[in-house]
Ligand binder design. Structure first.
Ligand code: ZN
Length: 111
């Protein structure tokens, strides 16, 4: 059934990069997450796209907190082009509005 004991899925990403971004943001908040299906992404072409999308799973006890963090990440304004983090200088892909490395947000930089 695809269910892993003690874990719950909190997010289905469009791309492996997005899944890793969520993973890194959660890690900054002290939540260890596991990526599922990431290894299958684009592997053979025989796997239906919907089944190979990378998923982010966390401990059931941390689901509420993780979902709140993900919601905050997703509601951030998304820039049209890639940007440099104002705190650590990391190059961030345009689909993300929060630095995966240090957690600074693009919105903060604009203020
Ligand atoms: Zn940064």
């Amino acid at each position: 059934m695809g269910r892993v004991t003690g874990l719950a899925r909190v997010y289905i990403a469009d791309t492996p990069a997005e899944a890793w971004h969520i993973h890194n943001v959660l890690a900054q908040h002290g939540i260890q997450s596991r990526l599922m299906n990431e290894a299958l992404f684009g592997a053979t072409g025989e796997i239906p796209v919907l089944e190979s999308l990378p998923e982010v799973w966390v401990k059931e006890s941390e689901v509420v907190e993780a979902e709140a963090i993900i919601k905050a990440v997703r509601s951030e304004p998304v820039p049209n082009s890639s940007w440099l983090c104002h705190d650590c200088g990391e190059h961030i892909d345009s689909v993300f509005a929060i630095c995966w490395k240090c957690g600074a947000s693009l919105a903060d930089a604009a203020e």
